[in-house]
Design a protein around this ligand. Structure first.
Ligand SMILES: C[S@@+](CC[C@H](N)C(=O)[O-])C[C@H]1O[C@@H](n2cnc3c(N)ncnc32)[C@H](O)[C@@H]1O
Length: 245
């Protein structure tokens, strides 16, 4: 059995805009150019904060099928439960500042819940599940995808999940779908395994190969983000190669 953090379910767990900028090695100025899909968005406050800062951002998540009050209640309960699991596995974590990480999750869900209530039923938050998204081809300039793909692969393959449904085939179908809905760029994180000792995620190289087949140029960019959960914090940046006509 691999060591490292493990979870029995997909946590409704979300990051802040500041965490997203670090994690994806991207700036607000870059984000202001063109539209962004955050997939999945969970209870992160990226969409709310980015829109407030003048970006065009849309979040999608299967949990957006729930109305605001129910999602706020379910989300907070899920977050409390996830921290019971994570607190119990502190020895597997490498956080520089665990209390700050934890606080950021509660800040994110509070900001998200308020914004979700304001924008419920409109374009900003869309109920959707990989590997099939409810968006037309090339709907977004870029897609940011963090902490569902790769993270919820089974532990034997570099993820932290105890289930096996998000296997390599699921990941490659999801990559195809992210490529379908983006015009220009896909950023994926994390690229490292949750196992100890650290290693690249088992699905990383197959993902890179698939993106290249789909016509993207790929680059692994080292991030300073302190995920605390996995040792490799690279972000995979895939840019669509525009062919001359
Ligand atoms: C840990 S959160 C990640 C949120 C955010 N991207 C972040 O990094 O903070 C994982 C999310 O995956 C969502 N999820 C579960 N199954 C999914 C699926 N089949 N397709 C897309 N998202 C899914 C969950 O609802 C949950 O909100």
């Amino acid at each position: 059995m691999p060591t490292g953090l493990h979870l029995p379910y997909v946590a409704f767990f979300g990051r802040t805009l500041a965490e997203y900028l670090d994690m994806f090695c991207i700036s607000l100025d870059q984000l202001r150019e063109g539209s962004t899909l955050d997939c999945p968005s969970g209870p992160d406050s990226f969409v709310a904060e980015a829109c407030a800062a003048g970006c065009d951002a849309v979040g999608c998540d299967p949990m957006y099928a729930y109305p605001p009050d129910e999602l706020r209640t379910r989300g907070l309960a899920n977050l409390d439960e996830s921290f019971v699991h994570i607190d119990a596995q502190r020895a597997a974590l490498t956080f520089r500042d665990y209390p700050a990480f934890k606080q950021a999750k509660y800040d994110a869900i509070a900001r998200f819940s308020d914004d979700y209530a304001l924008h419920y039923g409109r374009r900003r938050y869309v109920a959707a599940s990989l590997p099939k998204l409810a968006f037309a081809d090339a709907s977004f300039h870029r897609v940011l995808a963090a902490n569902f793909l790769f993270t919820y692969a089974h532990q034997d393959f570099g993820g932290l999940y105890e289930g096996r449904e998000f296997d390599l085939a699921f990941h490659l179908q999801s990559i195809d779908e992210l490529a379908r809905v983006t015009r220009s760029e896909i950023r994926l994180s994390p690229m490292g395994s949750f196992a100890s000792p650290p290693r690249p995620h088992d699905y990383r190289d197959a993902t890179i190969a698939r993106l290249q087949q789909l016509g993207f140029r790929t680059e692994l960019v080292a991030s300073n983000f302190d995920s605390g959960l996995a040792a490799f914090n690279d972000v995979l940046v895939a840019r669509r190669i525009v062919r001359a006509h």
